[in-house]
Design a protein around this ligand. Structure first.
Ligand SMILES: C[S@@+](CC[C@H](N)C(=O)[O-])C[C@H]1O[C@@H](n2cnc3c(N)ncnc32)[C@H](O)[C@@H]1O
Length: 243
């Protein structure tokens, strides 16, 4: 459970509002310990042991990723074509990076995130992107919507593509990525429900499910994917069926 604090020297109004909305304790700089949600007038991030994680779609890292060719693989995995932009149901929203890439590629994306503090950060990031000075970021934000729910409680609309990127124990990763993953794992529900999440996806009226996995991780679910797209460290298993 995070404690909410405000950015030093800034108005605490938004931080207090966030604490109330999320049902979290509002703290002060005298008692910051453990996981913190730090909220300023126009910024917010999670902080644990000095490590910060923010959701920011106009960050340098996201700009770099938007231009990177590896996004093509994510687009191909969801079946994106020049004349067809699928509706994507991202059932594991996380920090929203894959969802933003898909929205930037032209897909309408619904992000579900069951950890309330992450869903709040995602929602704030979408709202901030919606008033970005960069046309393309504003356009992508307009295609994103956030639901603070457990995906397994939802029925997805027919014709969507379900995207799953469940948590996986980290091994050989760059230090920064490891710290972020540690933060996500700190927040995550301890119940590892990858298989039930896959089964939920399979029970939806969809013809395509895409699962992001570390390159050598076992396949999720009980059937073989129709095909797999492999990157340097991750792969996308694509399950296809006719309904
Ligand atoms: C590895 S992260 C996803 C990262 C994301 N693809 C990105 O680009 O930032 C997995 C996320 O899925 C969320 N999650 C796991 N099971 C979920 C469920 N059943 N419903 C909603 N969110 C879930 C976790 O809380 C975690 O934030």
């Amino acid at each position: 459970m995070a404690t909410v604090i405000s950015v030093q020297g800034e108005s605490p109004a938004r931080a207090r509002e966030a604490a109330q909305q999320l049902g979290l304790q509002y703290g002060t700089y005298q008692d910051p310990a453990g996981l913190l949600l730090v909220v300023g007038e126009a910024s917010a991030w999670l902080q644990l042991d000095g490590v910060r994680v923010a959701v920011q779609f106009d960050s340098a890292a996201m700009q770099h990723r938007r231009k990177g060719g590896h996004n093509e693989m994510l687009g191909r995995a969801v079946g994106l074509k020049a004349d067809w932009k699928p509706l994507v149901w991202d059932a594991t929203g996380g920090l929203g990076r894959d969802a933003f890439v898909l929205a930037d590629l032209g897909c309408e994306v619904t992000l579900c995130e069951r950890t309330p503090v992450l869903a709040w950060l995602l929602d704030q990031a979408v709202q901030a992107a919606a008033v970005s000075g960069v046309d393309q970021i504003r356009a992508a934000a307009a295609r994103m919507s956030v639901l603070a729910v457990d995906s397994k409680t939802q029925r997805t609309p027919a014709g969507t593509v379900i995207y799953l990127d469940p948590m996986f124990p980290e091994r050989k990763k760059a230090a920064a990525v490891k710290k972020e993953a540690a933060m996500l794992q700190h927040l995550a529900d301890p119940v590892d429900d990858c298989e039930t999440l896959w089964q939920w996806a399979w029970d939806q009226p969809v013809e395509r499910i895409v699962v992001k996995r570390p390159l050598r991780a076992p396949i999720l679910g009980h059937i073989r994917p129709a095909h797999t797209l492999k990157g340097k460290s991750v792969r996308f298993d694509v399950f296809i069926r006719r309904l």
